[in-house]
Design a protein around this ligand. Structure first.
Ligand code: SF4
Length: 293
């Protein structure tokens, strides 16, 4: 199994690099996915290093070593399993969940799910939340970049959330060619169905099909973060928003200067921080997170 570099540092399994406030420990199971998402480092035909997921390095560790480090750790508020769709990965992930369940730390699993039964099998293991990435919110781009039908994926998300309300998270990548209006309408649809949204900024990584595509502008990403906050908290709804002809957000039905800084922190499952997942150290981060002091 693997740990994100920041998680391994925080669990003292490696000794170099800055110590970040890692309320969530990120693990990864499997590599080289059977699917072929155009933006993903682990995609079937990606030429990126197998040690990468987005721009983060994930070193290998022995499963027992990670379980023991977690037993001795303080302040871990969530454990997230990033499960790559690769052969025989599930058995190892299930074994890990069995071994960490007695820690009573909420567990999230992020996996590509293709049926209700598959989702139920993960919940039956005792996980608290299931992450089912949508990534692409434009129908055509979904087919091109991810494969399959967005409509079918949303139907499945809603079916699962109907049985497991407030226990499903979906990921959205901003900056793949969709409009701001499409993103915020999708966010509204998800919260109406009791599904949380984790926002990601598109990050070009060498070796992926989209390695030359630029990241979104900060102005656009901040508008989407403000919208996400207002929708999530119920302070406004998309039906109160104003948009330009090309789908840019022009108004929120709420004074955006009243939005707190927390609106710009990493979103998704509670306590998810994903430090440096989208951002280079030393540069303005898309999603705010804390260094340990
Ligand atoms: S939102 Fe964060 S904790 Fe939840 S599944 Fe996604 S990466 Fe994991």
């Amino acid at each position: 199994m693997r740990l994100s570099y920041g998680s391994a540092r925080s669990l003292n399994l490696i000794s170099s690099g800055p110590v970040l406030e890692m309320k969530t420990i990120y693990t990864m199971f499997g590599e080289r996915c059977v699917f072929d998402c155009a933006y993903c480092t682990q995609a079937r035909t990606s030429k990126s290093s197998m040690d990468l997921l987005s721009r983060i390095v994930w070193p290998h560790f022995d499963l027992e070593m990670v379980v023991n480090a977690l037993k001795n750790a303080n302040d871990v508020k969530r454990i997230c399993l990033q499960v790559v769709s690769a052969p025989s990965v599930k058995a190892e992930a299930f074994e890990f969940i069995r071994k960490i369940k007695m820690l009573n730390v909420p567990i999230s699993v992020s996996a590509r799910i293709s049926s209700f039964e598959e989702a139920k099998a993960w919940f039956d293991q005792g996980i608290e939340r299931l992450g089912m990435a949508t990534d692409v919110v434009d129908e055509k781009l979904y087919e091109t970049y991810r494969g399959g039908k967005l409509e079918k994926h949303v139907e499945l998300l809603e079916k699962i959330a109907n049985v497991f309300p407030n226990r499903v998270t979906t990921h959205v990548i901003v900056g793949l060619g969709e409009s701001e209006k499409q993103v915020v309408e999708f966010i509204q649809k998800m919260y109406d169905s009791k599904i949380s949204v984790g926002l990601f900024a598109f990050t070009p990584v060498k070796g992926t099909k989209l390695e030359n595509k630029p990241s979104p502008s900060f102005e656009s990403y901040r508008r989407i973060q403000i919208s996400h906050y207002l929708i999530k908290t119920g302070l406004s709804k998309v039906c109160n928003f104003d948009f330009s002809k090309d789908g840019k957000i022009m108004g929120y039905g709420f004074d955006p200067t009243m939005v707190p800084v927390s609106a710009f922190e990493t979103s998704g499952c509670p306590n998810c921080t994903r430090p440096y997942y989208n951002e280079k150290p030393g540069k303005e981060p898309y999603n705010l997170f804390k260094m340990k002091v």
